[in-house]
Design a binder for this molecule. Structure first.
Ligand code: ADE
Length: 229
């Protein structure tokens, strides 16, 4: 999978060098590049924003640097590219979309700042023959920019690529799987910690009963979670 992220803070993406995703990048399962939006400006101040037409607070990101940066990023990729515009006004990201995007070859993240990117940028690329456009929010809260949201998405997506996670079985049982349930509680040694015991059934060696217990606990947790929403 080839991933490009466009941002005025490309250093935001340096944590991707760490951990399992770092290994995937090192072993070329994932090819990642962060591009600095300011490289696509042509004035001495490297201006990426301006005041909004119609007035109002804040600044809006100018379309020209975004257009040039996205065109340049598209040149780094072959074929169809999933262009992901991070915005609090987008569709909420979830495990289903993570799974869908994990099978795609080319992801391009556009990380806006300020009050957002001039709306003509999304209008233009929605009609582009090499682009599948997604306007995505990672949750109902407002961040200072799309960088952290892109990091969240990249982690959730790349861990689903075969070979990125050591033991693929751990993907099957985890929370937000196909049946929409969260995971059962897990325990390790010691059997007693600060007066709290590991449930007997888990130490019984009875795999049938363990499976039943885990199913019941997962259902109970999912129900509690839904009721607290
Ligand atoms: N940019 C600002 N807030 C955001 C959010 N919640 N999701 C994605 N991008 C954002």
């Amino acid at each position: 999978m080839k991933i490009t992220a466009i941002s005025i803070f490309p250093e935001y993406f340096s944590p991707l060098r760490l951990s399992l995703i770092g290994k995937a990048i090192e072993s070329s399962v994932v090819d990642f590049k962060a591009i600095d939006l300011r490289e696509f400006t042509h004035d001495n101040h490297k201006t990426v924003d301006d005041t909004p037409y119609g007035g109002g607070a804040g600044m809006v990101m100018k379309p020209e640097p975004w257009g040039e940066a996205i065109d340049s990023a598209l040149n780094r990729h072959d074929g169809i590219v999933d262009l992901i515009l991070l915005t609090p006004a987008g569709k909420t990201f979830d495990q289903e979309l993570a799974a869908k995007l994990s099978s795609r070859e080319n992801l391009l993240f556009a990380c806006g700042r300020y009050e957002g990117i001039d709306a003509r940028v999304s209008d233009f690329y929605r009609g582009h023959q090499r682009v599948r456009l997604h306007e995505i929010s990672i949750g109902n809260y407002v961040l200072n920019g799309g960088e952290v949201a892109a990091l969240v998405m990249i982690e959730a997506i790349t861990r689903l690529i075969p070979g990125v996670i050591g033991n693929p079985d751990s993907l099957l049982e985890e929370s937000h799987n196909e049946i929409g349930e969260v995971e059962y509680p897990v325990y390790t040694k010691p059997a007693e910690w600060r007066g709290l015991e590991v449930p007997e059934v888990l130490k019984s060696g009875n795999h049938g009963e363990i499976a039943n217990w885990r199913r019941r606990e997962a259902q109970r947790r999912s129900k509690t979670l839904r009721e607290s929403e």
